[in-house]
Design a protein around this ligand. Structure first.
Ligand code: NI
Length: 135
């Protein structure tokens, strides 16, 4: 049985620099442990979302790079497929490149999850946090 698998991953240089600075401050001795912890956190957050059932209300908080070609229209297009659960959106122009969007949702957990998954998988979407409460 293989106990450890080696994978190659590419990073935007600025992200890797931020990552290295943070894990250095935190006292991590190498990147592997830090990447494993970050992945574990991602998995646990997405698992939490998969366990949600019934009617939920909440906010999808999305940070993205609007200079990625076509991204803005893709994100709008996706949201238009979910008009039955999207109540409202607020857009904040954060910096030259970054936009923050708060999407208020209410509806079936499975639909909210599908929307969240579709948006977060797009290239240029840097952070997608899903905050939900049961209704
Ligand atoms: Ni903007």
């Amino acid at each position: 049985m293989t106990r450890i698998v080696r994978v190659g991953v590419t990073f935007p240089p600025a992200l890797l620099k931020d990552f290295d600075e943070i894990i250095c401050k935190m006292g991590y001795e190498n990147r592997s442990k830090a990447v494993q912890d970050a992945v574990r956190m991602f998995v646990s957050e997405r698992k939490w979302l998969q366990e949600k059932k019934g009617v939920q209300a909440g906010i999808l908080m999305m940070l993205y790079d609007h200079e990625v070609r076509g991204l803005e229209s893709i994100l709008t297009h996706i949201q238009h497929h979910y008009t039955h659960i999207v109540c409202s959106t607020m857009h904040v122009h954060l910096s030259e490149r970054e936009c923050l969007e708060a999407i208020a949702v209410k509806g079936d957990a499975a639909e909210i999850r599908k929307l969240s998954d579709e948006l977060s998988a797009k290239r240029g979407v840097k952070i997608l946090k899903t905050m939900l409460v049961s209704v």
